[in-house]
Write a protein that binds this ligand. Structure first.
Ligand code: DAH
Length: 353
């Protein structure tokens, strides 16, 4: 082989090696190619042994070419080894690694409260119902013994919908209380009735204890021989289930157009156990008097039974209505100074539930 043939062979060897190396699939094959080209008895060394036959000036030049070929092959082995190991890493799945932690949300506290209320009443035979949020005046007021222009209506700071009135049911309103479901339930069912209506209500009132949109739950029981004792027993049962065994209720005389007699319902304070005083003798700052006012209730007015197509001579019933947010924020350890916080979507608050 003369010098120019040796140079050409070296160039071919380099190109061949680089082509094969860049085509390898794994580290083993790469190692085999390294031995074939750069090993002690490899192709490059074989050509290098021909250097003896060259004259001095050619020896020097061929030596440089040999070094250049070796480092080119080495470089391409290195690049390829890296590519193969990276590819391996990409495919590699370590099932023992801890997984990524995705933040998990939970139901809104008001939703949780609604579920709990529903469960308590369903367990004692009540059926949860839903009635329209956008309601006719007749169901919200008139059928509840509050005719047009009656001053009692003022208590319900009502939103009226700008829409044509119904010839029989009057104007459209955003329902201001769940009592609007009472006569609807009487139209749906003959007694016995045991309804729990939990729904959104709306009133034009917003301050630390009121939000424009809020929730109420309304109980209605109608059957033969229903009395105030049934009302008291049901309310007491709810208080114990929702707040804890030690809590009791009391009824105070009040007035609602749709019940007779009517009551305000108070629950004993979970902090001072109804005494109004802390163990230190100081006044309980949570309730001030030992009791929290939570609901309105009473025996269903005969006029309301009649509006529902039920004979008041044959049947009697009781009803009560409570604010979900209010009832919930009275739970022990849940003192919320401003009820509006519940609807401000502030995670610092919501994450605490
Ligand atoms: N609907 C009344 C309110 O929103 C609460 C109420 C009072 C409901 C007496 C009743 C009841 O069922 O009998 O303030």
């Amino acid at each position: 082989m003369n010098y120019s043939q040796m140079r050409e062979s070296l160039l071919n060897l380099k190109n061949e090696a680089i082509a094969l190396i860049s085509d390898t699939k794994g580290q083993k094959e790469l190692e085999r190619l390294r031995v074939v080209y750069l090993g002690r008895k490899g192709k490059v060394n074989k050509l290098a042994s021909g250097i003896k036959t060259l004259i001095d000036s050619q020896k020097k030049e061929f030596g440089l070419l040999l070094n250049d070929t070796k480092s080119a092959i080495q470089q391409s082995l290195k690049v390829e080894a890296k590519r193969i190991s990276e590819q391996r890493e990409g495919d590699w799945l370590d099932v023992t690694l801890p997984s990524k932690h995705l933040p998990l949300g939970h139901l809104h506290p008001v939703t949780l409260a609604i579920k709990e209320v529903a469960r308590i009443f369903e367990r004692i035979g009540f059926t949860r119902v839903r009635y329209p949020e956008v309601e006719w005046d007749w169901f919200a007021f008139e059928s509840l013994n509050m005719p047009q222009g009656h001053p009692a209506r003022d208590e319900w700071e009502t939103f009226f919908i700008d829409a044509p009135s119904h010839s029989k049911y009057g104007a459209l309103v955003l329902t201001p209380h769940t009592s609007s479901g009472q006569v609807r339930e009487m139209h749906r069912l003959k007694p016995p009735i045991r309804m729990i209506n939990i729904a959104k209500c709306y009133r034009r009132q917003q301050d630390v204890t009121h939000t424009i949109m809020f929730h109420q739950f309304e109980g209605l029981v109608i059957d033969v021989g229903i009395s105030i004792q049934h009302l008291k027993g049901t309310i007491d049962h709810f208080a114990k289930e929702f707040y804890g065994k030690g809590v009791t209720s009391r009824l105070r005389p009040s007035h609602f157009q749709f019940t007779e007699p009517s009551f305000e319902v108070d629950f004993s304070c979970t902090i001072c156990e109804g005494t109004g005083k802390r163990k230190t003798g100081k006044r309980c700052r949570y309730c001030k008097s030992g009791w929290h006012e939570v609901a309105g209730a009473g025996m269903v007015h005969p006029q309301v039974l009649k509006a529902g197509g039920i004979d008041p001579e044959e049947y009697t019933g009781f009803a009560f209505g409570m604010g979900v947010e209010r009832a919930y924020t009275l739970k022990p350890g849940l003192k919320l100074d401003d009820i509006r916080l519940i609807y401000q979507n502030d995670l610092r608050l919501l994450e605490q539930f």
